[in-house]
Design a binder for this molecule. Structure first.
Ligand SMILES: Cc1cc2nc3c(=O)[nH]c(=O)nc-3n(C[C@H](O)[C@H](O)[C@H](O)COP(=O)(O)OP(=O)(O)OC[C@H]3O[C@@H](n4cnc5c(N)ncnc54)[C@H](O)[C@@H]3O)c2cc1C
Length: 471
């Protein structure tokens, strides 16, 4: 029976980061992963694979929209998703090797197996071949991530009904795809597959896609989706899903319409991957979606057991998983304890065009009765920097009046996930719009939009002040 100062359960973004950080601080660490290949949802089904499909889709779209006579870049019928994303599958194959190397160098012991708690400090590890080991942990970090939510009554054994994690395993690219759930994952897949000519229908029971998204950005995203041919059916819940005669699925929505589709992809929510851990037995609490309830230091109801990453629920982003895992390790070993500053965590969405936001939205600032000023700018620097298919976009900066402090930024368009970090840094250092106006920016660049948005805001402020002087 091995004994450790820290046992990390789950070798995704959060588990790896925590294990490496604690091992680097000289602690005796073990990390346990259920699957044979370590590596997170992010590497296997998340951003890199979906971004890789996205990049390939944009390349093909570029050739379609700006064709050269004699060169045919159409997607051949029957092409499998695996062929289409061959580049990303290569990256996925390499990821476990890289992660194993990194963990070995960090000095953490790695185990493969399924985990169950025996008591608050003892973990049972069911290993291949029926072997069972027990490990004792002074501290334990739960980082088992999340899994797609499977609605009761939906037959996921039907190969034409898939969840987001199974999407990459489809034997061929469907001609017609119905996506249920217009959240982050549903919107990403709808945009990407529409870009390569798949007939895409996006259904959601709510009236808006992506709750929490700035409404100005949402308008641009909706326009882009409609232009790409996505059939957007909002306010449409599913009434019935049946296997269709001759293959595919027949989908009936509450309003009565019936669609025949090759593949129905459920992208309507995830759950904490906690059901097999035996958490109730030791008093670690979860909510009704299986997400572990933690305090603002990542601690569960049992003081030496922490949780980090997607297993703690919203917003389920890799950056957040990293920050939470690092903060939990610092807290448990008193290494400059700190709280995760959620206000500075950026979000990004790999739709076409992509989206990124950081800090407060305009609506959040107004809800807090902050006197808000907004600056806007287009995001099209010049023709040679444009990525085909990513040509639209705009930036919105939210400032406080009269302090002129930057409170938040929302960007839609090429490079949004990169350039959002400029706003993140300015917010972290209490910067004002004067910074953007006074700083020199390379041109033509997407980043230069910050200067134009700040100038737009400065002009609005000047108008507002002139009006109040005149009144
Ligand atoms: C399609 C898709 C697109 C995404 N796009 C983005 C994006 O653009 N940007 C972004 O920031 N995030 C994105 N995400 C989210 C991102 O993948 C997650 O936020 C991130 O992976 C969370 O890391 P984690 O360590 O908490 O969990 P995970 O990465 O899910 O890792 C959990 C690990 O625990 C293991 N495990 C589970 N149960 C057990 C057990 N009982 N015993 C042992 N091991 C276990 C799992 O096998 C897994 O390896 C996307 C996700 C998806 C699905």
């Amino acid at each position: 029976m091995g004994s450790y100062e820290l046992i990390c359960v789950g070798c995704g973004v959060a588990g790896q980061h925590a294990a490496a950080r604690a091992a680097a601080a000289g602690r005796r660490v073990a990390i346990i992963e259920r699957s044979a290949a370590p590596g997170s949802t992010l590497a296997k089904a998340g951003a890199p694979p979906s971004r890789s499909i996205r990049e390939t889709a944009l390349l093909l779209a570029a050739h379609r929209d700006h064709s050269i006579e004699g060169i045919n870049m159409r997607v051949p019928a029957g092409l499998s998703i695996a062929q289409f994303v061959a580049r990303c599958l290569q990256a996925q194959t390499n990821a476990p090797i890289r992660i194993n190397d990194e963990l070995e160098q960090s000095g953490a012991d790695t185990y493969q197996g399924d985990v169950q708690f025996i008591d608050e400090h003892t973990i049972e590890l069911a290993r291949a071949g029926g072997r069972v080991d027990r490990l004792i942990g002074e501290h334990i970090l739960l980082a088992t991530g999340s899994a797609p939510h499977h609605h009761s009554g939906v037959d996921f054994s039907n190969p034409c009904i898939v969840d987001a994690d199974e999407m990459l395993k489809l034997p061929s690219i469907p001609a017609d795809l119905t996506v249920f759930g217009a959240g982050m994952i549903g919107c990403e897949y709808a945009c990407i597959l529409a870009e390569i000519g798949v007939r895409v229908r996006l259904l959601d029971p709510h009236d808006h896609l992506m709750p929490g998204l700035d409404p100005d950005l949402r308008r641009v995203l909706v326009r882009s989706m409609l232009e790409a041919g996505v059939d957007l059916q909002l306010g449409a819940d599913l009434r019935d899903v049946e296997p269709a005669r001759g293959g595919g699925v027949s989908v009936q929505i509450e309003r009565g319409a019936v669609y025949h589709t090759d593949v129905l992809m459920y992208a309507s929510g995830r759950r904490g991957a906690t059901s097999s851990l035996n958490l109730q037995q030791i008093g670690v609490e979860t909510d009704k979606y299986g997400y572990i309830i933690v305090d603002d230091q990542g601690r569960t109801a049992i003081p030496h057991i922490y949780a980090a990453g997607d297993v703690t629920g919203h917003p389920s982003l890799a950056g957040e998983a990293l920050s939470q895992a690092g903060a939990a390790v610092d807290q448990m070993f008193s290494l400059t304890p700190r709280r995760v500053n959620e206000d500075l965590l950026p979000m990004c969405l790999c739709t076409i065009p992509p989206i990124a936001m950081v800090g407060m939205t305009e609506a959040q600032a107004r809800q807090q009765n902050i006197n808000v000023m907004v600056g806007r700018a287009g995001l099209t620097p010049c023709r040679d920097r444009r990525t085909f298919g990513d040509e639209k976009g705009f930036m919105k900066l939210i400032f406080e009046y009269p302090s002129r402090r930057l409170l938040g930024a929302a960007i839609i368009g090429a490079e949004a996930p990169e350039i959002i970090h400029i706003a993140q840094a300015v917010i972290a250092h209490d910067g004002t719009f004067d910074y953007f106006i006074d700083a020199g920016f390379n041109t033509p660049t997407f980043s230069a939009a910050y200067q134009r948005a700040a100038l737009d805001c400065a002009m609005a402020v000047a108008r507002r002040e002139a009006e109040s002087r005149a009144a």
